[in-house]
Design a protein around this ligand. Sequence first.
Ligand code: HEC
Ligand code: HEC
Ligand code: HEC
Ligand code: HEC
Ligand code: HEC
Ligand code: HEC
Ligand code: HEC
Ligand code: HEC
Length: 442
Amino acid sequence: MRRFIMLFVFLFMVVFSYAANQVDSKVAGKCMTCHKEKSPGIYKQWFGSAHAEHDVTCINCHAANKGDKDAFMHEGALIATMVTPKDCGSCHEKEAKEVQSSYHATAGKILDSKDAYLAHVAGGEPVAIAGCEQCHGGVVKIDPKSPNKLSKKSWPNSGVGRINVDGSLGNCNVCHTRHAFSKAQARQPEACSKCHLGPDHPQKEIFAESKHGNAYYTHKDDMNLDADRWIVGQDYFEAPTCATCHMSANLEAPVTHDVGQRISWTLRPPVSKHKGDWQKKRKNMQQVCVNCHSQTFVDGHYYQFDALVGLYNDKFAKPATNIIKLIKKKKLLENPAAFANEIEWTYWELWHHEGRRARHGAAMMGPDYTWWHGIYDVAQHFYFKFIPEARELNDPDVNAMIDKLLKDDPMHQWLSMDTKNLKQKIRSGEMQKIYQKLFQQK
Ligand code: HEC
Ligand code: HEC
Ligand code: HEC
Ligand code: HEC
Ligand code: HEC
Ligand code: HEC
Ligand code: HEC
Ligand code: HEC
């Protein structure tokens, strides 16, 4: 009797699951048949992907649950246009978790930043949407009247820290373009280049001009980019890409989707600071380098990089910040709104554009950015724009602060000396001694 029941249960399960599959695969199959006609581009991108190869179809990603705010009925199925990290995470848990805890996931929360203020007052809402939010992401807004429930104000958008309606953060197709979702693509610097470029964070340009970029672009075809496993030093060795240094596997560490794991400084703020747990993060990065360089060579790079960050911080960033703080504290500016006075723009570009370029150039071996687009601009604008604009305010305290800086700080004393004397000091090494302390940072 018991046997009989077991057999019955078994038969029931077989029939039932077969029926369920019938329904599913019928709907699922229709997605492809129709879209092959209606949107052949999407179909073909998908058809050539690892997903198609493993039977992951349209409905596996686009299916929605009842109650999802962005769900709508479409050809007999409840679907959503957005496919968030949470959706991908049902099959790729590790990647989804790491993306959520990465700095990328926070990029949509910029509304309170100075940059956002500037975009909204000096620009206006359209530029915040078509500019900032296309890189950073913003809050995804629902419009019940829209056929796909998504408001035109936030769709299309594929910012790296998009704040999705299901509470998840970010967007996987920033690096894995849909509908190919390829890892080979994400290993190439172009995958990062929509965002990491331009006057305030020219990582793409710096990489291209560096020896690493030179080696990459001249050896790209030998880089095994399509390989399943991609361990530096094992599966490829000609050059590192952005992914190699910041994400991909090496002999000591697996792939990480948390791009902050190998970074010791933050080079973004007016004055650079070490990140929490920075020694460990620096070690993580150096584990990548030592596949192609000796540890001594790598230590030399960090010694030079740290000193450059120190130079920028101590010679320009800290004094400029102290001066602007005093100006604000004493309410010396003509117009009350932030950024309604020229000197505020000058200070802003000093750290946000020029100072970042110098720091990024030194971090990633792009000497043209370190000097010509970097410290050269910082110095010129510090001495011949920022300081004159501060002096124009005619305030005794501000003037005294500037006078003291230029008189007492040996790094600035050159301004009141004569060329012959200075050249002599450079030749004798006396000038270089002034900067020696910058090389002693830990
Ligand atoms: C009979 C044809 C047909 C079938 C079957 C079909 N679609 Fe579509 N689908 C379309 C057309 C046409 C559009 C474009 C509508 C437009 O341009 O506004 C569309 C739009 C979409 C969109 C984008 C909606 C938006 O405007 O943001 C998604 C996502 C989508 N389909 C997924 C699917 C999935 C998943 C399935 C299977 C459950 C499916 N489709 C089945 C024809 C079809
Ligand atoms: C691996 C998951 C995945 C699969 C499989 C998949 N999609 Fe998508 N699809 C996405 C993602 C991600 C987006 C972008 C949504 C976002 O930004 O959240 C998207 C967007 C879309 C859009 C709207 C974007 C546009 O450019 O108009 C359509 C239409 C669409 N998919 C149709 C399809 C169809 C048809 C199939 C099957 C042939 C399919 N998708 C298979 C993940 C997937
Ligand atoms: C239903 C399960 C499922 C979902 C949902 C899914 N994937 Fe996949 N994905 C797979 C499978 C299976 C493979 C192939 C085996 C592998 O590489 O792990 C794969 C492979 C990949 C790869 C490697 C492709 C390559 O070049 O080898 C990437 C990248 C990827 N998926 C990203 C995504 C993203 C992004 C999403 C969401 C938009 C997503 N997947 C949603 C199952 C899924
Ligand atoms: C081209 C893409 C792009 C655009 C457009 C863009 N950003 Fe960014 N933004 C980035 C990247 C990339 C970084 C990180 C740079 C780095 O780490 O060096 C960043 C950094 C920032 C930071 C610093 C975050 C921190 O933790 O220090 C803020 C704030 C910011 N952006 C706000 C904005 C605002 C507001 C706008 C529009 C006025 C904007 N961004 C426009 C790509 C962009
Ligand atoms: C900042 C860029 C970036 C983002 C964002 C990103 N990925 Fe990736 N992903 C990569 C890179 C680079 C690789 C290749 C690493 C390697 O093998 O060298 C990769 C590899 C993968 C793989 C293949 C893993 C393997 O071991 O074969 C999967 C699956 C994947 N990503 C899924 C996702 C999912 C899911 C998301 C969103 C939650 C996501 N990725 C977001 C850059 C990104
Ligand atoms: C769609 C835009 C976008 C793309 C594509 C993108 N990033 Fe970013 N990235 C950002 C923004 C914005 C930030 C700053 C985050 C913030 O302000 O919260 C950032 C920050 C970073 C940081 C700093 C992390 C930290 O903890 O300080 C690293 C490293 C980074 N990205 C590497 C990469 C790499 C490598 C790729 C390509 C594989 C990539 N990113 C692709 C927008 C992007
Ligand atoms: C040879 C390895 C290497 C390559 C290749 C590389 N980076 Fe970096 N990157 C670094 C190092 C080293 C730092 C500084 C780390 C530290 O602070 O300790 C850095 C810092 C960064 C930062 C943090 C900047 C900040 O403001 O705090 C971002 C963002 C970044 N890289 C993005 C990229 C992108 C995008 C690419 C490709 C276009 C790239 N990197 C290529 C090694 C590399
Ligand atoms: C996949 C191999 C590879 C990795 C990984 C790698 N490099 Fe390199 N690196 C090279 C090659 C090749 C050159 C060019 C050597 C030459 O000039 O002949 C180079 C050159 C350099 C240079 C000299 C730049 C110049 O202009 O002369 C520095 C500094 C450097 N790398 C630092 C690093 C650091 C730091 C890391 C880790 C964050 C790193 N590299 C990771 C391959 C690599």
